[in-house]
Write a protein that binds this ligand. Sequence first.
Ligand code: APR
Ligand code: PHB
Length: 407
Amino acid sequence: MIGQGAVSATKTSVVMIGAGPAGLLLGRLLGLAGIDNVVLEQRTRQYVEERIRAGLLEHPTVEMLKFAGVADRLESNGQFDDGFELRFEGVRTWVPTADLTGGKQTVLYPQQEVVKDLLRARDDTGQPIVFEALDVALHDSDTERPRVTYRDPDGAEHAVEADFIAGCDGFHGPSRETIPARLRQEFQQDYPFGWLGILADVPPSTRELIYAHHDNGFAMHSRRSPTLSRLYLQVPPDTDAQEVSDRFIWDELQTRLGTQDDWTLAEGPILQKSVTAMRSFVVEPLQHGRVFLAGDAAHIVPPTAAKGLNLAVSDVSVLSEALIARYRGAGEELLAAYSTTALRRIWRAQEFSRHMTALLHHVPGSEFEARLQRARLQNLVKSEHTMAAFSELYVGLPFEGHPERFI
Ligand code: APR
Ligand code: PHB
C-alpha cells in the first residue's frame, strides 16, 4: 500500500532525505555498489549549490571523496595544508600537523564545491533526485516497508516506498523526530559567543590558517582563493552583523591577530558579513526501525575545528558499509551496530571541537580560568607530544567503517 491519494508512487531501495553532503555522498556510494536510491530535497538545486559554509576537509574525508570518484576538482583547486599557525600573546607558533601525523594534510575546499561535485556525479549516473520536495513526511518507519511522502511545487502528492530511509536532512529536518521521545536522548550545549565571519576582497595575508587567542576574543584568518580572504572574530552571540562597522572589524582583526614581529594584515573591501551561533548537539540513538540519521540531523559541532562536514562523511562511511553489506547478503548486523559505531567517533569529535573552542575563545568572568587557559596554550606549544595528540584529532581520526570492503 503506497501513496494512497498520491499521483505518483515510486519504489526504491534507500531513500535519502536531504541533498547536503551526507545525503549526496550516501547516494553516490550506494550507487557505486549498484543499489538504487532516491534523494528528496526541499530546496532548489541553485540554493543547495550556493549555500556557503566552512570547508576544511580532514584527511580521511579527502580519501573518501577520492574513493567515491568525486575528488578531481578538489585535488586541483583545493589548498593542501601541512599545519596551521597558533597565535597568542603576540607570539606565533607553527603547528606541523602533517609532520606529526605521518603526512596527513588537511584541505581547504569550500563545502558548496563538494556538493557541486557530488551533484554532477549524480547527474552522470542519472539516479533520481527531487528538488523542491515539500512537506516531506516519514511513515511506517518501524515496519519492513517505510514510506516517504511529499508534495511538488504544483501541489501534487508523491510517495516513495523503500527498504530504508536515511535521515540526512540537517538539524531542522523531520527525520530525527521519528525516534519516539521516550527512546530519544538529546545532549546540547550552547556557547556564550558566536562568530562574525567576513569575506574580504583582498589577497590572504597568510599562506596557511591562523588561529589566534586574545583577551579581546578569538580571531581566525582563513582564505578562499588567491584574491579572497575569509576571517572570523569572536562576538557576543546576539550580534547583528550589519550593525558592526567595517572599521571596527578590521581594527579588531589587527589587534587580535597582531604579532610582535613585522607581520601585517592587508585590509580590503568586505563583501559579506554574517554571524554564526555556536552549539554542540548530539542525539542518541541514530536509528529507529528503518530510519538512520547521518550528518547534521544527528549532531552539531561548534565551527572552531570545522568538523561538521567531516563528521557527516564519517557517519556516511559507516552507514554505507552497513547498507551495502546488507544488500550483499551479509545480514543486518552492521546496520544494527550503526548507531553505536558512529556515535563513538561523533563523541570524540565533539570533545575535540569543544576543547579547541575552549582553548581559543575568551570567556569573561573568571581570571582563574583565563590563567588556566593560557597554561593550556603553553602546554600545547611547548610539548611535541601534546601537539601530536592535538594534530591527530585535527587531521581527523580514521573512520570506524568503510564501504571499500563491499564495493
Ligand atoms: N525535506 C527535504 N529536505 C530537507 C528537509 C525536509 N523537510 N529539511 C532539511 N532538508 C535538507 C536541507 O535543505 C539540506 O539541503 O536537508 C539538507 C541537509 O544538508 P546539510 O544541512 O548540508 O547537512 P548534512 O548533509 O548533514 O551536512 C553536514 O553541512 O550543515 C553543514 O556545517 C555542516 O558541514 C556540515 C555539513
Ligand atoms: C574556514 O575557512 O571557514 C574555516 C577553516 C578552518 C576552521 C574553521 C573555518 O577551523
